[in-house]
Design a protein around this ligand. Structure first.
Ligand SMILES: [Zn+2]
Length: 405
C-alpha cells in the first residue's frame, strides 16, 4: 500500500491526554486519533492481527506478558478497564468480581441468647458497629433485591466487614434489581434495620462464612432496633449458602494462601473472542523504543517500510516502484512511502510506524546498484544489491525476531 492511500498523518509530539507510552506512539504514528478512534493505518494493523487469530493461540506467540485463566486473557495496564485479581505465586487469575479467596472464620464461641436493643439512627454498618462498640465483622449486612424473572424477593446476608459481589449473586440466582420500599415492607423487613429473622416469602441467600460467624448483630426488622447474637440455623435458615463476596487486595489466595493483588488490565480475549483494539494497544505498550513502535515481525501491519530519497540525477521513485512491485509479487507486505519528502522526515516516520524492515532507495547507493536495508530494532544497516533485495528481505522476515521488548 502507498503512504497516501492510508492518509497517514504522523505527529511530532505525544498528545497531552496520553496516559501510556504505547497509546502516545499509536497516536503519533497515525494508527489512532487522540480520541482513540481508529485511523486507516490502525484498521490495517487490526485486520492483520485478525488474520493471525485463525490460530487461537496466536496471542501467546507475540512476546506479550499475559495473565490468563481458562476463559480470558488479560494484559496489565494502568489505564485498563478490567480489574482482575492475580496471585503471583500460583498464577491464579480471575476477574475481580468473580475471584475467590480464603475467608478467615472467627474462633468458635458459644451461641448467646438473642437480644433486642434500641439502636437509634444506626441504619448503616458503620454507625451500628460504633454504637454497639463491636468490630464490623461481628455484624450482619442485609441487601435486598427482587429477581426479575419471577419477582421473588431476595434477602442477602453477608458479614458487615465484607462487600457483596453482585456478579456472584447473579451467577447463582439470576438477574436481580434493587427491591422497592413496598417489596421490603411486604416481606416484613425494615430498610436500614433488616435481618433474615422472621421474614415472609423471602428467598434467603447468604455468604458461606455466615454459618461460621456466631452471634452477629443484625436488624430487628423494626425501625430503630437491632438484635444482638443472631445465629444462622438457630434464628433463621437460608435457602442458599454460597460464596458471595468481592475479593480485595491482600486477601489470601484460595489455592495457595499467598496474598492476592488487584490490578487494572486490558481484556484481550474472552472465550476465543478477541478484542483486537486492545491487542493492538498491548502490542504498542510492549513493543516500542524512544523513537517509536517496534512491532514484532508477525504482528506488524506491514513487513517492509519502503522509501525513496528524492534524487537529482536518478529517478529514485521509479526504482523504488519497481522494488515495491517485486516485493509484493513475492508475497511481502509493503508500506511504500513515495512522498516527495526529505530523508530525515521519512526516517522519523518509519521509526514511528514500526514496520520490522526499512528499505531505502537513494541516489548514492543506486550508483553501485545497491539499496539500504535496516531492521527496525537494529542500529546498523546493510547495503544489498537490488537484484538480491527480495530474497534478502524474505530471509529477514523469516528469521527469528530479535526485537527489543
Ligand atoms: Zn495462589
Amino acid at each position: 500500500m502507498k503512504y497516501a492511500e492510508l492518509k497517514i498523518q504522523t505527529q511530532r509530539e505525544a498528545p497531552n491526554n496520553a496516559q501510556t507510552e504505547g497509546f502516545a506512539f499509536l497516536v503519533r504514528a497515525g494508527y489512532l486519533t487522540r480520541e482513540n478512534e481508529i485511523l486507516p493505518l490502525g484498521k490495517q494493523a487490526i485486520s492483520h492481527i485478525q488474520n493471525l487469530s485463525s490460530d487461537p493461540s496466536f496471542l501467546f506467540h507475540l512476546t506479550l506478558p499475559l495473565l490468563h485463566n481458562k476463559t480470558e486473557i488479560y494484559f496489565s495496564l494502568s489505564t485498563g478497564s478490567t480489574e482482575i485479581v492475580h496471585c503471583s505465586s500460583c498464577n491464579y487469575t480471575e476477574r475481580l468480581e468473580l475471584a475467590q479467596f480464603e475467608k478467615t472464620p472467627f474462633s468458635q464461641e458459644e451461641q448467646l441468647p438473642i437480644e433486642k436493643v434500641l439502636t437509634p439512627d444506626c441504619n448503616t454498618i458503620e454507625s451500628l458497629a460504633n454504637f454497639l462498640n463491636i468490630p464490623k465483622e461481628k455484624t450482619a449486612k442485609a441487601l435486598m433485591y427482587t429477581r426479575t424473572s419471577d419477582n421473588q424477593f431476595i434477602f442477602v446476608v453477608v458479614r458487615g466487614d465484607m462487600t457483596l459481589s453482585e456478579a456472584k449473586l447473579k451467577n447463582i440466582i439470576g438477574e436481580v434489581r434493587m427491591a422497592t420500599a413496598e417489596e421490603i415492607t411486604n416481606a416484613g423487613a425494615a430498610a436500614g434495620f433488616a435481618s433474615p429473622v422472621g421474614l415472609k416469602n423471602a428467598l434467603i441467600v447468604m455468604d458461606d462464612i455466615i454459618p461460621q460467624s456466631p452471634n452477629l448483630a443484625a436488624g430487628a426488622n423494626e425501625d430503630g432496633y437491632h438484635l444482638l447474637n443472631t445465629n444462622c440455623g438457630r434464628d433463621y435458615s437460608p435457602e442458599i449458602a454460597a460464596d458471595l463476596i468481592q475479593a480485595k487486595a491482600g486477601e489470601s489466595c484460595i489455592h495457595c494462601a499467598s496474598p492476592l493483588a488487584t490490578l487494572p488490565t486490558l481484556n484481550l480475549a474472552a472465550r476465543s473472542e478477541f478484542n483486537f483494539e486492545n491487542i493492538l494497544l498491548a502490542l504498542a505498550e510492549t513493543h516500542h523504543d524512544e523513537k517509536g513502535l517496534t512491532f514484532p515481525k508477525s504482528a506488524a501491519p506491514f513487513d517492509v517500510y519502503l522509501m525513496h530519497i528524492p534524487g537529482k540525477a536518478v529517478n529514485t521513485v521509479e526504482k523504488a516502484e519497481g522494488i515495491y512491485n517485486a516485493l509484493q509479487s513475492a508475497g511481502i507486505s509493503v508500506l511504500f512511502d513515495d512522498r516527495d519528502e526529505r530523508a530525515g522526515v521519512k526516517f522519523n516516520d518509519a521509526d514511528l510506524i514500526g514496520c520490522p524492515i526499512r528499505v531505502t532507495v537513494g541516489e548514492k547507493n543506486l550508483k553501485d546498484g545497491n539499496i539500504e536495508i535496516k531492521e527496525r530494532t537494529d542500529k546498523a544497516n546493510q547495503l544489498v544489491p537490488i537484484e538480491d533485495a527480495t530474497s534478502f528481505i524474505k530471509a529477514s522476515i523469516l528469521a527469528p525476531n530479535l526485537g527489543t521488548m
